[in-house]
Design a protein around this ligand. Structure first.
Ligand code: CU
Length: 436
């Protein structure tokens, strides 16, 4: 199945580089290239500067469709996993798991790293993907089932450069943000279950509010335990490797990006190193989202709103925009690019390190727990709509989901967005859901 990585056309490469360069130069000119020593006043963007960045993001859209990039080709297609009625995965809050259950989750993540192409383990056929790292010649790199998810996400991110007609399939900054990540988690969860031989295995989620109730809100003790998910890292960017069980068991990152050109395939660099975190070190966010932020989802009555992007869709109107981030109210260039507000972006930025690296952010297993919470809030919002609108409500409780966006997912073109609305039909549910 594995076919060689065919570089996208040279003319496109030049254009990508030029645009990314323009973006970076633009950011530097706006004073956003430096991470510190800048006052708020200096980093604030005028409306004009804000639209300029948005236009540059838009301009990078359309350069390639992603199918000739690694991470997309090679591996067998999946489809919706089997969901025979007895299988009911109940996704629970991480902080309610027993020590044994926590260890099982971490071991499942590690197991996926050990399911390499040639291992012959269940699922190993799906590790036969075209890796960005094949092309970059990382000698000791072995393609594996965990990194498949990282590379698929990298592809979806750098292919944010999608033709205009492909905008309807973008995995971020648009309506398919929630459907795309729901599918990513669904498949990851199924692979973890298979890897550890427990068909009822369910991916836990990170309930952000635990950081306020049960621990030191500055570092969120209930989550960043060295024995399980690993330490909170360090604010020293050169010395922020995660310590503890995860790292000790050999969990390593293989693909990273240089953060100056996050929307370009040119940004990809391959590596062999532990996960990095700088929890609570970002100057842009004060903490993970809290109860008040979460309650705000019920004030947004439509799923998404025209023009269905990140820069112009109103987060006061669009549930998706409010949840995803990349807010159109951002006043800092770095936040327009990577998201600092909006609950999803805020969580990424608060953990920082690999989580704030954009395209390869699934390198940190926290990505999957964080997106578990994002998916849970979508489920809660759907249920609230179903309760008020009756079971006949269009699109399974997603009023305002744009018709044009109901089709196939980017990279995962074997499924349609519309197949992912009814999460219980996909074989899982949540232990609790926030209510209106
Ligand atoms: Cu993502």
């Amino acid at each position: 199945m594995n076919t060689a990585y065919t570089p996208y056309r040279a003319t496109q490469r030049v254009e990508v580089r030029r645009l990314v360069l323009a973006l970076v130069v633009g950011l530097l000119a706006l004073g956003c290239g430096e991470e510190s020593d800048l006052s708020d006043e200096e980093t604030d963007l005028s409306n004009d500067e804000h639209s300029q960045i948005c236009e540059q993001i838009d301009a990078s859209i359309g350069l390639h469709d992603g199918y000739d990039l690694p991470g997309a080709a090679g591996a067998p297609r999946w489809g919706i996993p089997e969901t025979t009625p007895p299988i009911r995965r109940v996704r629970r809050s991480w902080s309610t798991l027993s020590d044994v259950e926590k260890t099982q989750v971490i071991d499942a993540f590690i197991a996926l790293k050990n399911i390499t192409v040639d291992s012959g383990d269940p699922g190993s056929a799906r590790a036969d993907y075209d890796s960005f790292c094949d092309e970059l010649g990382l000698e000791s790199y072995e393609r594996n089932l965990y990194d498949y998810y990282v590379e698929a996400h990298v592809n979806a991110w750098v292919s944010m450069g999608t033709p205009v007609q492909q905008h309807i399939r973008m995995a971020h900054m648009g309506p398919q943000f929630l459907t795309w990540h729901r599918y990513l988690l669904l498949r990851m969860e199924a692979d973890m279950a298979e890897a550890i031989g427990d068909p009822d295995f369910a991916l836990p989620y990170w309930d952000w509010t635990d950081c306020y109730e049960d621990g030191d809100p500055s570092t969120c003790g209930p989550i960043f335990e060295p024995d399980y998910l690993g330490s909170a890292g360090s604010c020293d960017q050169d010395n922020n490797s995660v310590e503890g069980y995860l790292t000790d068991q050999g969990f390593r990152v293989h693909i990273q990006s240089n953060t100056e050109s996050v929307f370009s395939p040119e940004s990809i660099v391959c590596a062999q190193r532990p996960v990095r975190r700088s929890v609570a070190c970002s100057e842009y966010v004060d903490g993970p989202p809290d109860k008040t932020d979460i309650a705000g989802i019920f004030d947004r009555v439509v799923y998404d709103d025209a023009p269905y992007n990140s820069c112009d869709t109103e987060e006061d109107v669009s549930f998706r925009q409010y949840l995803e981030g990349f807010s159109n109210d951002e006043v800092r260039g770095v936040c327009v690019l990577s998201g600092c507000s909006g609950m999803h972006g805020q969580g990424h930025e608060w953990i920082s390190g690999d989580m704030a690296s954009g395209s390869p952010s699934p390198n940190d297993p926290m990505f999957f727990l964080h997106h578990g919470q994002v998916d849970r809030l979508w489920a809660a919002w759907q249920e609230a709509n179903l309760a008020t609108g009756g079971k006949q409500m269009v699109n399974y409780g997603n009023p305002g989901f744009p018709e044009d966006f109901l089709g196939s997912l980017f990279v995962f073109n074997e499924v349609d967005a519309s197949e992912l609305f009814d999460y219980k039909a996909l074989g899982y549910e949540y232990d609790t859901l926030p209510r209106r």
